[in-house]
Design a protein around this ligand. Structure first.
Ligand code: E4P
Length: 217
């Protein structure tokens, strides 16, 4: 399973990329707005840091404008994946980008029917929004299962990118269901390292070690 980092904060990306565990980055207009920075220079900087796919989202909603924005974003670097909304025009643009060999991340997916259309439109990634479904009392994880039921039976190659992750458990549950990728906010990536028994065990080991008076180096 691959782990993408869901942020537009370049410092966060750099500090986590040194682990060698980051396979890609996702951004969206809200994350760019939160960073307070220009989208073009931000995506350029992220692409220089991370060699895996970096999702940059269009903000246009009509087909022609999505194509123009997508082409501009795609020209920033080879590893840019154009993020398009799961709409009639978004999927039409997805087909065009995909036919041109450009990676596409279809975002704002909330149903299996939408995921089926995205796969048929040649999406590289489909982003089911787990947390936002859970927020309205629906079952985000069930959507991942449904998508795989369809993709496996029909042999679609679109990768399932679990998005809108709200907890470490969401990452674990996505992994158990076979999600190809989870895109994770930095705070949950950091939280994945933690377990109280790891902290206690390490503390006990170091206390016992100190008593020996030894040094490895
Ligand atoms: C990533 O591609 C999505 O835009 C992001 O995961 C959405 O997360 P949110 O629902 O927490 O805003």
């Amino acid at each position: 399973m691959q782990l993408f980092i869901d942020t537009a904060e370049i410092d966060e990306i750099k500090s986590l990329n040194i682990t060698g565990l980051i396979d890609g980055v996702t951004t969206n207009p809200s994350l760019i707005a939160k960073s307070g920075r220009n989208i073009i220079s931000t995506i350029e900087e992220i692409c220089n840091e991370v060699s895996g796919p970096v999702s940059a989202e269009v903000t246009a909603t009509d087909f022609d404008s999505i194509l123009l924005e997508g082409k501009k974003l795609s020209s920033i670097a080879q590893n840019v994946a154009i993020k398009v909304p799961l709409t009639f025009d978004g999927l039409r643009a997805c087909r065009t980008f995909s036919d041109d060999g450009i990676m596409v991340n279809v975002t704002l997916c909330f149903s299996a029917a939408q995921a089926l259309l995205a796969a048929k439109a040649g999406a590289t990634f489909i982003s089911p929004f787990i947390g936002r479904l859970d927020d309205i009392g629906a079952d985000g994880m069930n959507l991942i299962s449904e998508i795989y039921e369809i993709y496996d039976v029909h042999g679609f190659e679109t990768k399932v990118l679990a998005a809108s992750i709200r907890s470490v458990q969401d990452i674990v549950d996505s992994a158990k269901l076979g999600a190809d990728i989870a895109t994770v906010p930095p705070k949950f990536l950091k939280a994945m390292y933690n377990h109280p028994l790891t902290d206690k065990g390490l503390s006990d080991f170091l206390t016992d070690w100190e008593k020996t008076g030894q040094s490895i180096l």
